[in-house]
Design a protein around this ligand. Structure first.
Ligand SMILES: [Fe+2]
Ligand SMILES: [Fe+2]
Length: 278
């Protein structure tokens, strides 16, 4: 075969093979044809060109996962318009990672409630549901491991979210948004959210620490920590009763009013019965 022609055909064959493979088309015949052409180049003492092509295509292959990811994200983007998210596989990952060991205030049902609250709050707001849904489900995933690795779960949960979101076809920019939303959700760190998904996640997480559920969770945690009624009251004053004023969204502020009232009445009554106030 003409040497110049082979130098043009081989890269085209390789590229077409890769693109076909991405779409699930068998490409054995193209690969074999490409090898034959390369052998022919070898015979013509053009080994350097053959080696050069190998290096280029190896680099391209290494880059493939991101192309594939981009393709998947595009598909999702076009078909779902950012109003849906892959809930089931993320839920499965969270359940498997958290296991059944979580007790006190941080059981799996907290995650599900935060998700429901966040999606309800998103309503008509301009929100990327893929980012919000993933952030809500994954926000506490690092909690059981934070002592072990000496890292806040607001950082660890973000780090533990990257791989699964990549595998589900999330854009890198969406993954960054999830990491940022998770990073700012913690009351104790007092970081300001940098995106609307982070504001909603922060509000939803705090709402689940208020109202009747908040009371139940705080008592469950005080019991696990063996801190009794005093421990509960201290936690209520230091954190729970301050949450109403830390809402970012309008809907969060509205929802916080009633929950705050329930919490406040319970604390007042408890202090009365304990003889702490008259
Ligand atoms: Fe958290
Ligand atoms: Fe949480």
């Amino acid at each position: 075969m003409n040497r110049e022609l082979a130098m043009v055909i081989i890269p085209i064959f390789r590229l077409v093979s890769i693109l076909l493979a991405l779409n699930g088309v068998p490409l054995g015949f193209l690969g074999r044809a490409s090898v034959k052409l390369e052998t022919s180049l070898h015979r013509q003492n053009l080994r350097w060109y053959s080696d050069f092509l190998k290096v280029v295509f190896k680099g391209f292959l290494a880059w493939l996962p991101s192309i594939n990811r981009y393709g998947k994200a595009l598909e999702l983007n076009q078909s779902e318009d950012m109003t849906e998210f892959p809930r089931e596989p993320i839920e499965e990952y969270v359940k498997q990672t958290l296991g059944d060991d979580e007790i006190g205030a941080h059981t799996y049902d907290h995650i599900e409630r935060v998700l429901t609250l966040a999606l309800d709050m998103a309503g008509e707001m301009r929100v990327n549901i893929r980012v919000l849904g993933a952030s809500a489900l994954l926000h506490d995933i690092g909690r059981p491991f934070e002592k072990q690795v000496e890292k806040s779960h607001s950082v660890l949960s973000g780090e533990m979210s990257v791989e699964i979101l990549r595998n589900l076809g999330y854009y890198d920019s969406e993954i960054d948004s999830v990491i940022q939303a998770i990073r700012t959700h913690r009351f104790s760190e007092g970081l300001e959210p940098v995106n609307v998904e982070g504001e909603i996640l922060s509000d939803a997480d705090k709402l689940d620490a208020m109202g009747a559920i908040g009371v139940f969770r705080a008592i469950a945690q005080a019991s696990v920590d063996n801190r009794g009624i005093e421990g509960f009251l201290q936690h209520a004053h230091e954190k729970l009763l301050r949450l109403r004023d830390l809402m970012y969204t309008e809907i969060g502020q509205q929802m916080a009013q009633e929950r705050h009232k329930v919490l406040e009445e319970f604390v007042n009554q408890l202090e009365k019965e304990m003889g702490l106030v008259s």
